[in-house]
Structures are given as structure tokens and as C-alpha cells.
Design a protein around this ligand. Structure first.
Ligand code: AMP
Ligand code: GLY
Length: 416
């Protein structure tokens, strides 16, 4: 199949790696990609958020499936334009992508569909925000109502910090004040064709910067899959009470969700609650979910894009576990230092079970350099989490990036 993958992160590298692993002779192009992706498939320097440019490229190159990685092209309406021209695309249109882009929209859909989530108030003024903050009490949860690249959320017991966060984001629009949900977090990805869903294997993301879940929220510092501690029937419960009601509600509103429904969940003492939906594969969870996928990914993505998931069985996963640890640049997340050399990847890749998904990398003057905050995801599979962790951390020790840092406790809680 001729496939175009939009995006330039470790998630897109992991998607491409899974497609190549099928050995099905796919002709894959990535736009714009990164240095790691360019080592595997041709890359093209087009703007993935420009619907006209992407659609023209797809038509000119007889692309049979477009896979949209990041949220920005979704919110820009790239999927809508491709669909208008009859091109199969994995990724929702602009209206359904608001499930991620607008937290207010997501809350309304959940209300209409009866999906369990925390209580929340949308505040347009500081007075409204203060009232909600004091109603729910500490710990306080204050979120920007819009795309904020993972940085718009503050969870804190410090009331002044909560008010300062609300004041800052009120300057850019409205904020959402939510009740704090206490429990383990789960990321569950579901493929959706607009009407039917199929689940992938659950994963857990580490959102905080530092060991012990300290420090600021980030885009994600590591992940593991599967989650051995999940109660039996968890995935079925999420399908029945969360995913299908949400997909049906969107279909009923004439904005069908075709793509990856990312359910960000908290397993509280009184049941499963949604903390957020995303309209795309999660990063870094994708880097641990896809290496374990046995069913060919291209068939799943294509079936979702043409309304054909109803005929397919649930995707199968290997018994191996996977761990990923993100290597970040000095200064991430506030002010990442870029331009520094990365070396040692060959030594890392020689370790059994290790792969590397590139995120912010480029070639410059014959060197591989870091171009952003999350530089790469080291991924390791293994028979159990002790083995996978040991492989991943040995690989990280082999990689050299001045000032580079990573968490040392990814998947520690599930390793024996
Ligand atoms: P979000 O961008 O909405 O996923 O929020 C980022 C992170 O903040 C989540 O992964 C949680 O760790 C935390 N968080 C968000 N909302 C809540 C909530 N209502 N209760 C507890 N933690 C939350
Ligand atoms: N891992 C969090 C996200 O992709 O939004």
C-alpha cells in the first residue's frame, strides 16, 4: 500500500516501524519526518497542517492511505480535505477532533453520552475560576481550554499557584476547573471507523518530568505496556461505558470520529473516569503499544478509514512487555537546549530487544543533533518488565547527549 504518514515525532517513527515490520512491501512516505524516520523511509518537506498541500501531494502520488500522527493537522482540517477528494485517511475531521482541541466540547459530548468523568466548570473570568477552585477544594486542577501542548494543565495543592495559572490562561481564553480524581492513570487507544471501535493494549504514561512523579507536567517522559494490575474486564467496560457512547454521540451529531480515540482514564475508588480524550495516538504510549501488536497495523488503519472495523476481530498482542524511556534535552520542558550532538545509538541498538524512535533529531554538518525537547524514545521489549527495563536503561547509558536527562523509574512499579 502507498501510505503517507504526517508528523515528525517518536510516535510517527513508531507507526512507521510497525508498518515496515509487516514486510508487506508498503511504499511509505513521511512528511516532514525527522532524522530517524529519514533513515527508514523517504521524507518530504511539506507542511503537514496545510490541507491543500497535503491533498495535492496525496493525489499526485497515488497515496492510498494517509495516517495523521499529531493533533495540529487534525484541528487544521487536513482529514476533511483528504476525505472530500476520496482519499482514505486515518484521523478525524476538524469537528470531531475538537474532542481533543476543546475541553469544553469534550465535556459536553461526555455529558450527552453519559460518559463518566470528573465534575468541571468552565470559567471565563477570574471570579468564576476562584469560585470553582474553592468549591472543589485541594488538590486543585486548572486547565487551559484549548491545545496547550500538554502544558496547560496544573494540578497543585497551592491555591495561589492555581489562581496564578488560571489568571495566565484566562489571558488567552477560558479555563476549566476540575475536581481532582485520585487513582492510577491508564491510556487506552481505540481504533474507530465512526461507528465501531477496536481496542489496542492499555499503556501507562509518565507525565511528570522527574522520578517519583515530581516536577512539572510534560508531553510524557516514558511509558509501559501492558498493565498487569488492571482489573479483569477493564477494556470491555471502557468500550461499553466510554468509547462506544462517545463515538455514537459524535456520529449522531454528524461528526463521525474516524481515527484513534485516545481515552485518558483514571481508575478511581468509585470507578473509571475520563480525564481527557485525544484524537490521535499518544506519545510516548504508541512506542510501547505498537511493538507488541501482532495484527498488521496497515490493515487496521485502512479498515478504520473506510468504515470496515465491524468485520474485524480484536487486534492481537504479543506476550512480551514493552518499556519506553524518553531522553530529553537540558532545560526541557521550559527552555530546551538544541543543536547538541547525539552519539552512541549504534551501541544502544546492539542490545537485544532495543529500538529507538526518533523525535527531535536532525543531521547537521555530518552530525546527528537534537532539535527540541523530547529527543528520542528508547524502546525495549522483554519477557518481563525487569528484563525490558534493564535493556532500556543499558541503552540509555550508551547514548551520549550533553545535558540530556531521563527518568530512572519508568515501569519500576511493575518490575519484580
Ligand atoms: P490532561 O492534559 O488533561 O491529560 O492532564 C495532564 C495530566 O494532569 C493528567 O495526565 C493527570 O496526571 C493530571 N490531571 C488532569 N486532570 C486531572 C484530574 N481531574 N484529577 C487528577 N489529575 C488530573
Ligand atoms: N502521552 C500523552 C499524550 O500523547 O497526550
Amino acid at each position: 500500500m502507498r501510505i503517507l504518514v504526517l508528523g515528525s515525532g517518536a510516535r510517527e517513527h513508531a507507526i512507521i516501524t510497525a508498518l515496515l515490520r509487516e514486510n508487506a512491501g508498503h511504499e511509505i512516505t513521511a512528511a516532514p519526518g525527522n532524522a530517524g524516520i529519514a533513515a527508514d523511509v523517504p521524507v518530504i518537506a511539506l507542511d503537514p497542517t496545510n490541507p491543500v498541500v497535503v491533498t495535492e501531494f496525496a493525489l499526485d502520488n497515488d497515496i492510498e492511505l494517509v495516517v495523521i500522527g499529531p493533533e495540529a493537522p487534525l484541528v487544521a482540517g487536513v482529514a476533511d480535505k483528504l476525505r472530500q477528494r476520496g482519499i482514505a485517511v486515518f484521523g478525524p475531521g476538524k469537528a470531531a477532533a475538537a474532542l481533543e482541541g476543546s475541553k469544553t466540547f469534550a465535556k459536553r459530548i461526555m455529558d450527552e453520552a453519559g460518559v463518566p468523568t470528573g465534575r468541571a466548570v468552565r470559567a471565563g473570568t477570574l471570579d468564576e475560576a476562584v469560585a470553582a477552585i474553592d468549591e472543589y477544594g485541594a488538590p486543585y486542577v486548572v486547565k487551559a481550554d484549548g491545545l496547550a501542548a500538554g502544558k496547560g494543565v496544573l494540578v497543585t495543592s497551592d491555591r495561589d499557584a492555581a489562581l496564578a495559572h488560571a489568571t495566565y490562561w484566562l489571558g488567552q481564553g477560558s479555563v476549566l476547573v476540575e475536581e481532582f480524581l485520585d487513582g492510577q492513570e491508564v491510556s487506552l487507544f481505540l481504533l474507530s471507523d465512526g461507528h465501531n471501535v477496536l481496542p489496542l493494549s492499555p499503556a501507562q504514561d509518565y507525565k511528570r518530568l522527574s522520578d517519583g512523579d515530581e516536577g512539572p507536567n510534560t508531553g510524557g517522559m516514558g511509558a509501559y505496556s501492558p498493565l498487569p494490575w488492571l482489573p479483569a474486564g477493564f477494556v470491555d467496560e471502557v468500550i461499553d461505558t466510554i468509547a462506544l457512547p462517545t463515538v455514537r454521540q459524535l456520529a449522531a451529531e454528524q461528526t463521525p470520529f474516524i481515527g484513534l480515540l485516545y481515552c485518558g482514564l483514571i481508575v478511581t475508588g468509585s470507578g473509571i473516569r475520563v480525564i481527557e480524550f485525544n484524537a490521535r495516538f499518544g506519545d510516548p504510549e504508541t512506542q510501547v503499544v505498537l511493538p507488541r501488536l501482532v495484527t498488521p497495523l496497515s490493515g487496521l488503519l485502512f479498515a478504520a478509514s473506510i468504515g470496515g472495523l465491524g468485520e474485524l476481530p480484536r487486534p492481537e498482542f504479543s506476550d512480551e512487555v514493552a518499556v519506553t524511556v524518553v531522553l530529553a534535552s537540558e532545560g526541557y520542558p521550559e527552555t530546551p537546549v538544541t543543536g547538541r550532538s547525539i552519539s552512541g545509538l549504534d551501541t544502544a541498538l546492539a542490545i537485544h530487544g532495543v529500538t529507538i524512535a526518533h523525535a527531535a533529531t536532525a543531521h547537521s554538518g555530518g552530525r546527528l543533533v537534537a532539535t527540541g525537547g523530547r529527543v528520542l524514545s528508547v524502546v525495549a521489549t522483554g519477557a518481563d518488565f525487569t528484563e525490558a527495563r534493564s535493556r532500556a536503561y543499558r541503552a540509555l547509558e550508551a547514548i551520549d547527549l550533553e545535558g540530556g536527562h531521563y527518568r530512572t523509574d519508568i515501569a519500576a512499579r511493575v518490575a519484580r
